[in-house]
Design a protein. Structure first.
Length: 298
């Protein structure tokens, strides 16, 4: 298959490109200097005209302001849809969404795709607008498309702007210090109160692989959750990462100046039964494997 991957140089995009290439697909990425946000729809259309599917792994999450998130998460999907509308043969658009589009979950339960989204963060709100654009076009019969609503992603290459990426970078620095193996160190973090669903980035890539091979009639216009289906307490998560590192690190939770930080959602857990039913997909990597490989890569 010919697959165009937008955001191919990012965390998700890199692993998706590798998974597609491993099964023999022709992976097409944007040339250097090609700016999706400013490119004319006709130029984008010419670039994706031979594609069987377009995977949108582009967007903004970490260290981005309101304007940057709106540009990357809302304007970009709309521009891609306008470009695809110019084609006679339209490839399936696979939009990578986020569990943060749902907002707070119900403690002890997995969130299903039928749940009405109620995002409480700027990231969640902008991702939802992009997802709705894809779903509206698909449900109107204008453009085949599907939204994969993805849980928190971990594994090798996790961005430093995330909790796991930040902790990993600090552990890597400690490991490189002379005599670090025998010198206890403190790892100071904000209070770890939330429960989160974490899925390995390579399992996400496998889900994309299954989606581009699925029957359009089966998946177009659908939201499909991609996660582990299990919520993990972030305090336990960081503790497991430190334990895997083997470093003598003590975790210290402290509130920042000005009081306790606001937690956007205390509980996030996805119900991933639809992915198994429609895509034949389920997560294969354990959380501990993801943490080991994350540390090894760092």
């Amino acid at each position: 298959m010919n697959i165009v991957v937008l955001g191919a140089g990012g965390f998700l995009g890199t692993h998706i490109c590798r998974a597609l290439a491993d099964v023999g697909d022709r992976v097409v990425t944007l040339p250097a200097g090609f700016d999706l946000v400013t490119a004319e729809p006709g130029r984008i259309a010419a670039f994706v005209a031979e594609a069987d599917a377009v995977v949108n792994a582009a967007g903004r999450a970490w260290k981005a302001d309101e304007r940057q998130m709106h540009t990357g998460n809302v304007e970009l999907p709309f521009r891609v849809l306008r470009a695809l509308a110019l084609l006679d043969r339209r490839p399936t658009l696979v939009q990578l969404g986020s569990s943060h589009e749902y907002g707070p979950g119900t403690s002890g339960a997995g969130t299903r795709e039928s749940t009405e989204p109620a995002p409480v963060t700027l990231y969640g709100r902008t991702k939802l607008l992009g997802a709705r654009a894809v779903l509206d076009a698909a449900r109107a019969g204008a453009q085949p498309g599907v939204v994969l609503r993805i849980a928190n992603v971990c594994g090798p290459g996790t961005p430093p702007g995330s909790l796991l990426g930040s902790v990993t970078a600090r552990l890597a620095r400690l490991a490189r210090e002379p005599g670090a193996a025998g010198v206890p160190a403190e790892l100071r973090l904000p209070p770890l109160r939330a429960w989160r669903d974490f899925v390995d980035v390579r399992d996400v890539a496998d889900a994309v692989l299954a989606t581009v091979r699925a029957d359009d009639v089966e998946v177009s216009g659908q939201v499909i959750n991609i996660g582990s289906g299990v919520a993990v307490h972030t305090r336990d998560l960081v503790g497991r990462l430190v334990a895997v590192s083997g470093l003598p690190v003590r975790i210290v939770e402290e509130a920042p100046a000005g009081g306790q930080p606001r937690v956007d959602t205390e509980w996030q857990q996805l119900d991933v039964s639809r992915a198994a039913e429609v895509l034949g997909w389920e997560p294969r990597r354990s959380l501990d494997q993801s943490l080991r490989d994350l540390l090894a890569a760092a």
